[in-house]
Design a protein around this ligand. Structure first.
Ligand code: ZN
Length: 473
């Protein structure tokens, strides 16, 4: 990525300004610049022809033929936060890329760029297909869903011999799509939340038999359905804002000692309203999902989704007036809802007080991806447990049938097999663990059909989270 210098005249005070524009990866890179003299903002866009050529569009003011009468310099980079005051490459911070290269190291910046290219490639090739699949999924239109799946998953991953598999496939695809991001993100929030959540749905938990009826009672309610729809819509909006989000990942990757720099860096992208809306709505929807997280926790701890008992360390105002039941909880303000969350990691990013530097804001908005992904997983597991009536319990006990996603389970005792998991109240137990992800073996006849990104992604996931059993390692 290079930098192109464009001399312009401020439409307000007529100051000559050299815009140093970093060339990003999008065809049209919208930005705005703030005049250092009169502080007026002017919108513009850098049009990139895909090769060496660029062209500047300005909403106001005019382009100048030379830098001769320019007294100010503004550095703008659409993809890497930059020091706005940097006047040339020669000074420290003059190149956003080199600055990040120094902070993150060569490997770090390469990983991040690799993730960016991988995401762009995936989105170009498969996002339209995945969006359609999502529509069919939300409409419970399995005829079209099964057909749409063909273009997206290799055959060996595509079995729909049980209804729950359809729940699995779409979430699996979303996880793959975003794996480049959540694997790189040092916080690992999504993965931690997923593991903590899935561990609750385990037959060796003392009140497991109370969880399944809860899932069955909830999944077909209008609130559940509209929340699930909203989550996928918001993830879709995150995807549309991918390029705007990536600087957030870049900031998250900075080591702790460089984190204060984020407040000094500037991004001059023109997407504030879109990001703000996504953040607010993602934040709201994630809080709605707390109904099912807390209901499940209540059922897990007290045997009843509606039973709220104060937890030590809780805000006294909340602890003194525990909700009567889950519906009362649903009507609580967001902050009070969070008080009831005792998973190992919070589900929601804390809301900071304004004003926030935009770069910091992007960093926070980008992080909304983690709760959004965790929330679709919450609803997925609820749906799986609500729909599966009977599963071959013994298949669980076959070597390799359990993964590391969920907590370790013990072998059921004979009386459990006969009673708790008997014919009439047989609860689904097979799918707390994700089906095993296997990289295609070398020379496997189908490996050619598996799309390259999927193989690579699956490998990444397996390597990073040690998902493979010993046999696959
Ligand atoms: Zn001006």
């Amino acid at each position: 990525m290079g930098i192109t210098r464009c001399p312009v005249e401020c439409p307000g005070c007529k100051t000559g300004i050299v815009l140093r524009l970093g060339v990003g990866h999008e065809k049209r890179q919208a930005f705005f610049y703030v005049c250092p003299k009169c502080q007026a903002a002017t919108k513009g866009a850098l049009i990139w022809d895909g090769g060496a050529g660029t062209r500047l569009e300005l909403a106001d003011g005019r382009k100048l033929k030379s830098e001769k009468h320019c007294t100010e310099v503004v550095t703008i980079n659409p993809e890497i936060p930059a020091f706005a005051g940097a006047k040339s490459m020669a000074e420290p911070g003059g190149s956003a890329f080199i600055t990040f290269f120094q902070w993150l190291g060569g490997d770090g910046i390469q990983q991040c760029q690799g993730a960016f290219y991988q995401m762009r490639h995936l989105l170009d090739s498969d996002w339209n297909g995945l969006s359609r699949l999502t529509t069919y999924y939300l409409n419970r239109d399995w005829k079209h869903y099964d057909a749409a799946l063909e273009g997206l998953l290799p055959e060996e991953h595509r079995s729909v011999s049980a209804d729950w598999m359809r729940e699995h496939h779409i979430h699996y695809l979303y996880e793959l799509l975003f794996s480049a991001i959540w694997v790189l993100d040092p916080g690992k929030n999504f993965m931690e939340m997923k593991v903590a959540w899935n561990a609750l749905w385990s037959p060796d938990r003392p009140h497991f038999k109370n969880l399944v009826p809860f899932a069955q009672a909830e999944v077909n309610t209008p609130l559940f359905e509209s929340t699930q729809r909203a989550l996928f819509e918001q993830i879709g909006r995150y995807v549309n804002l991918m390029s705007a989000m990536f600087p957030g990942l870049l900031c998250d990757m900075l080591p702790e000692k460089h984190q204060p720099e984020v407040d000094r860096l500037r991004l001059f992208r023109d997407e504030f309203e879109l990001l703000r809306d996504l953040y607010i709505q993602g934040f709201e929807t994630s809080h709605k999902v707390l109904r099912w997280v807390i209901g499940t926790l209540n059922a897990d701890i007290h045997g009843d989704p509606n039973r709220f008992l104060p937890v030590p360390g809780m805000n006294p105002q909340v602890a003194n007036r525990p909700p009567k039941n889950l519906d009362a909880f649903t009507n609580l303000p967001n902050a009070s809802k969070r008080e009831w969350l005792i998973l190992p990691t919070g589900l929601i990013q804390r809301d900071d007080r304004p004003p926030l530097p935009y770069t910091r804001f992007v960093q926070q908005v980008h992080r909304i991806l983690h709760p959004l992904l965790a929330c679709i997983t919450v609803l997925k597991i609820m749906r799986i447990y609500s729909t599966v009536k009977w599963v071959d319990w013994y298949s669980l006990l076959l070597p390799g049938a359990t993964g590391e996603w969920a907590s370790r389970r013990s072998r059921p005792r004979a009386e459990e097999k006969a009673g708790r998991f008997g014919r009439d109240d047989s609860y689904c137990v097979a799918f707390m663990s994700e089906p095993k992800l296997r990289p295609p073996r070398k020379g496997h006849p189908r490996s050619g059909k598996c799309k390259p990104y999927q193989v690579k992604q699956v490998r990444n996931v397996i390597t990073n989270y040690r998902l493979a059993g010993e046999a696959d390692a």
